[in-house]
Design a protein around this ligand. Structure first.
Ligand code: AHM
Ligand code: MG
Length: 342
């Protein structure tokens, strides 16, 4: 695809900035949802995210940096902010009456609250290795119906999903499976309206069909299977038939890398490798929510063989390889991964 045809297909040209006078709060946006239980579940998640944003902004002054000394069920060292974020989400959801249970990266077992039509999964603080160095991090969440499959339902059953990204500004991006909308948290500034509220700044987000940025931990190159290495070698060539030569961006916070990919196009990957045969990222609370966001926005998400949203989980903390992004970039990766292209 030529750069010119990519430009003409880029649907984000008018979506990058908020228009004055077009201010809608997340609260009023959710009030319009027909399903009160779903809306109140999202309100609780967003409220917790606003509190987490305050802690992140305070950094060392808020006393939230550093490790607790504990190790989570994944065998990863727990940061104070991991724990604090998990507690804020757990307590907010417990109060709703609409949420029957909560499962998280930080808890070995799900918490159950009794009645309620929804279950929430979350990575409360994604990108933990970036907390202490003032680099963007986030929260990821998925909302599943409280059905017989419980937390082991495929991602396609999610009623809603999204993430918060704590960057230079805090954004809350949500999908109900029909649209993807982005809100920006109003800062405490006399110059800017909406302090403390999430305001709709990115309505109807669409992921470009193709993009020129790839995002992967290339330090693991020698551990990847041949198909992943072949794809990686190919996209770094300067004479690509499938589009312009690609640039590398890797924050190391999936939520931040995915957010950039959603808005600008391209691909983010965490594939399987010789030390992690199922990759690193977790299906139920990292990959599924982002997969629903990307598919709804016109993008795609695969484990290399099948759509992430079609995987039927067998364990709460199940890992999966993942590649998410623009439809064309994900299809190209799939072709190399399967060996169809070499
Ligand atoms: P976390 O949920 O403990 O923060 O781990 C997930 C993170 C992703 O956000 C990120 O893309 C990846 O781990 C980075 O891992 P690596 O350092 O292996 O590249
Ligand atoms: Mg994570």
């Amino acid at each position: 695809m030529s750069p010119d045809s990519q430009r003409s297909q880029n649907p984000r040209e008018s979506q990058d900035s908020h228009k004055p006078g077009d201010v809608r709060t997340l609260a009023s946006y959710l009030d319009a949802w027909a399903d009160d239980g779903l809306a109140s579940t999202i309100r609780a998640v967003a409220g917790a995210c606003a509190e987490i944003a305050g802690l992140v902004r305070g950094g060392a002054l808020a006393g939230v940096l550093g490790e607790t000394g504990g190790v989570n069920v994944q065998g990863e060292r727990v940061q104070h902010l991991d724990d604090l974020s998990n507690d804020l989400l757990l307590k907010a959801l417990e109060r709703t009456g609409s949420c029957a249970g909560y499962a998280s990266e930080e808890m070995e077992f799900a918490a159950t609250f009794g009645e309620g039509a929804y279950l929430v999964t979350s990575d409360p603080l994604d990108g933990s290795s970036n907390i202490d160095v003032n680099v963007s991090i986030g929260t990821i969440f998925g909302v599943y119906p409280a059905g017989p499959a419980g937390f082991l339902a495929p991602g396609r059953t999610q009623a809603a999903a999204g993430y918060a990204v704590y960057g230079p500004s805090t954004m809350f991006v949500i999908t109900n499976g029909t649209t993807v909308d982005g809100f920006t948290l109003g800062p405490e500034s006399p110059e800017i309206p909406g302090a403390g509220d999430f305001l709709l700044t990115h309505p109807g987000i669409r992921c470009p069909q193709s993009g020129s940025t790839y995002s992967i931990n290339e330090g693991y190159h020698d551990r990847w299977p041949p198909g992943v290495r072949a794809w990686n070698d190919y996209i770094k060539r300067q004479d690509l038939a499938d589009g312009p030569a690609m640039s590398l961006r890797y924050v190391g916070s999936m939520v931040s890398d995915a957010h950039r990919t959603l808005l600008k196009g391209g691909i983010y990957l965490y594939p399987e490798d010789s030390t992690a045969p199922n990759g690193k990222l977790r299906l139920g609370y990292e990959c599924n929510p982002l997969a629903l966001v990307f598919e709804t926005a016109g993008g795609a998400a695969t484990d290399g063989r099948r759509a992430i949203l079609d995987i039927v989980p067998s364990e709460l903390h199940q890992r999966t390889p993942v590649a998410i992004g623009s439809r064309d970039n994900v299809a190209l990766y799939g072709a190399f991964h399967s060996g169809e292209r070499e």
